[in-house]
Design a protein around this ligand. Structure first.
Ligand code: IMP
Ligand code: MG
Length: 185
């Protein structure tokens, strides 16, 4: 434990590692004939996932990023803000959109809608965590790491107000302890 407000480890480091190997094998099989794979990751939450996933894909890939946010604290604002756009012209690419976690689904839904207008050859989604019980938007996830319960989680790139991204595992947040931590800091 690094942060005083970690409640419980929901996904262990070794389970993340082995699942990402499997996702990498699936993607490697599915895209073996591709003329160009673009891994397009949503910052900042997916930076660790992207890095490990990219290494598990045994095909040439290009990597790009968009920076988006919809959350403040535990609450999603529903409005997705784009802070930085991808550099690659995605027209004609097989794009795999990478995100850390799907909660309501509004983030992924709006980015999928936007990217579709930019004419990729194909567009699929790959997410590490699926908080299924919270879903409001109708989004298709093609590659999913783990389904998790309705808990706010940190670690492996995910944060609560920028805290917790460096944990090598996924942990739930103890909201009372986090409130105490905020008072002290
Ligand atoms: P959605 O738009 O409600 O699906 O929210 C997706 C985004 O909210 C993710 O890309 C995360 O950045 C953030 N998010 C949702 N749930 C959590 C969580 O439990 N921990 C940290 N970030 C989260
Ligand atoms: Mg995110």
């Amino acid at each position: 434990m690094i942060y005083p407000f970690e409640k419980e480890v929901l996904v262990k480091q070794e389970d993340i590692e082995s699942r990402i190997k499997v996702l990498g094998e699936w993607i490697t099989n599915d895209y073996s004939g591709s003329e160009g794979i673009l891994l397009l990751a949503l910052l900042r939450g997916s930076f660790m996932f992207l890095s490990d996933l990219a290494k598990s894909i045994k095909l040439p890939v290009t990597v790009d990023f968009m920076s988006v946010s919809s959350y403040a604290g535990y609450e999603t604002g529903g409005i997705v803000r784009i802070h930085a756009e991808h550099k690659t012209n995605i027209e004609g690419w097989d794009v795999i959109l990478i995100d850390d976690i799907v909660d309501t689904g509004f983030t992924l839904e709006s980015i999928i809608e936007l990217l579709s207008t930019r004419k990729p050859k194909s567009l699929r989604t790959c997410v590490l965590l699926d908080k299924k019980s919270r879903r409001e938007a109708n989004v298709v996830m093609d590659y999913v790491g783990f389904t998790i319960p309705d808990e706010f989680v940190i670690g492996y790139g995910l944060d609560v107000d920028e805290h917790g991204r460096n944990l090598p595992y996924i942990a739930s947040v103890d909201k009372e302890k986090y409130a105490e931590f905020l008072k002290k800091s």
